[in-house]
Design a protein around this ligand. Structure first.
Ligand code: ATP
Ligand code: MG
Length: 388
């Protein structure tokens, strides 16, 4: 048997051409989300309706509630556009509820103005009918124990009791494509999620220093990508070795500048990848004040390594808020597994917190930047990470 799932999106803020694009992208993303469950989405006057096999109902609802742009989803029952049929279906649905759910409210939305009863009239007719069948039921508009919603469409009526919240935001892909600098830490996955929430398609790059960092820490990053992919279907992940760069920095530069110099190299590599892949912005999990490399002075010097737009979506968040989000999107448990990040290797106990660009550039002039970038790019491996 087929089930129907109604998908609502935030239409209010959308106008004109934007709205059409939003809807088209969302439709594509909804179809991509339920394709593996043999579900199919179609547009339906300010909503989408997903139809799919009964046995995948919960999985589809769960997956749809992670599609950006979706405000909420509901499993609906469908019937003819006929008040008696609607009454019968309403009675059947309410009959299945536990007996202690005895206060209620009916909410009708009439998209089809040809339906002979207005929304308030439909509410009254249905409410009176339910009370006739079950005299214990009391109408409570403010705090009902259940709410029965009715959507009067153009060819059918849809009834439902529950709503599962979606993540809101904009459909991924609608605002462009970006490259997330993904470490194995707590912050960058959250930065990636917030970026996707605003409609950017995200690819990820991870830098490692194998054999000084382990394969396990790379697997951890793949796992983080999988978690992000459960909102996005897939994340192309680029893995790049910076071992040679770190060795060179270690040999030729003062220890307390190493992090800044390494970061600048990372940004340069990210810029090359972005150019090749047509990505328009870099995304990092940087914040202000957390660690030495996150002073305004450090960020400024790191920033100057490329001409790219760099977005830092975590800037307005406290660490506790970032952790809360990491828990919510299910990356936290993976992020806190012990791992070595290349940034923590060969790194000083007291890095410079107020680096000067001129000094950094002086040390860089002693390095074969182009050779090092080429060597790093030669190590690049790309995998498409999909959700489970
Ligand atoms: P995170 O929790 O994301 O690791 P952090 O608070 O540890 O961040 P830093 O170590 O200063 O902060 O790193 C700042 C940002 O630089 C990270 O959020 C990430 O975007 C990027 N970054 C750091 N290390 C790597 C790496 N090995 N590969 C890719 N990006 C990295
Ligand atoms: Mg880190």
């Amino acid at each position: 048997m087929a089930v129907k799932i109604l998908v609502r999106y935030g239409e209010i803020a959308l106008k004109g051409k934007n709205r059409g694009q939003f809807e088209q992208q969302l439709l594509r993303n909804l179809n991509a989300a339920v394709n593996r469950y043999h579900g199919r989405a179609e547009k339906m006057h300010g909503r989408f309706m997903v139809t799919g096999p009964d046995e995948h109902c919960d999985l589809m609802i769960n997956r749809l509630s992670r599609v950006f742009g979706v405000v909420s989803v509901s499993l609906v029952r469908e019937t003819e556009l006929d008040i008696d049929r609607i009454k019968m279906l309403a009675a059947e649905m309410v009959e299945r509820l536990p007996a202690d759910q005895d206060t209620f409210k009916i909410e009708t939305r009439r998209s089809n103005k040809k339906f002979p009863y207005s929304s308030p009239e439909t509410n009254h007719l249905l409410g009176a009918y339910l009370q006739e069948l079950n005299p214990n039921l009391v109408v409570d508009l403010k705090n009902p124990s259940f709410k029965l919603s009715v959507e009067l469409g153009y060819s059918k009526a849809y009834l439902f009791l529950d709503r599962v919240a979606g993540p809101g935001g904009l459909p991924v892909g609608i605002t462009g494509r970006s490259l997330l600098l993904l470490s194995g830490g707590i912050d960058s996955p959250v930065a990636g999620w917030l970026t996707m929430k605003r409609g950017l398609f995200v690819e990820a790059v991870h830098f490692h220093s194998f054999p000084f960092t382990s394969h396990r820490s790379q697997e951890k990053v793949v796992e983080l990508c999988r978690k992000l992919a459960s909102y996005n279907n897939k994340i192309p992940l680029h893995i790049v070795s910076v071992t040679a760069i770190q060795k060179e920095l270690n040999a030729k530069c003062p220890e307390d500048l190493a992090i800044i110099l390494l970061r600048r190299m990372m940004y340069r590599i990210a810029e090359i990848i972005s150019y090749k892949r047509g990505l328009q912005a870099l995304i990092t999990g940087e914040n202000l004040g957390q660690v030495a490399s996150q002073t305004l002075e450090s960020i400024n010097v790191i920033d100057k390594a490329t001409g790219m737009l760099i977005l830092r979506p975590l800037l307005g968040l406290d660490k506790s808020e970032i952790i809360e989000l990491a828990v919510k999107i299910d990356t936290y448990e993976t992020s806190i597994l012990p791992y070595e990040d290349c940034c923590t290797l060969f790194m000083p106990k007291s890095p410079v917190t107020k680096p000067k660009l001129t000094i950094i550039e002086k040390y860089e002039s002693n390095l074969d930047i182009e050779g090092l970038l080429n060597e790093a790019m030669a190590s690049l491996e790309t995998t498409i990470v999909k959700e489970y």
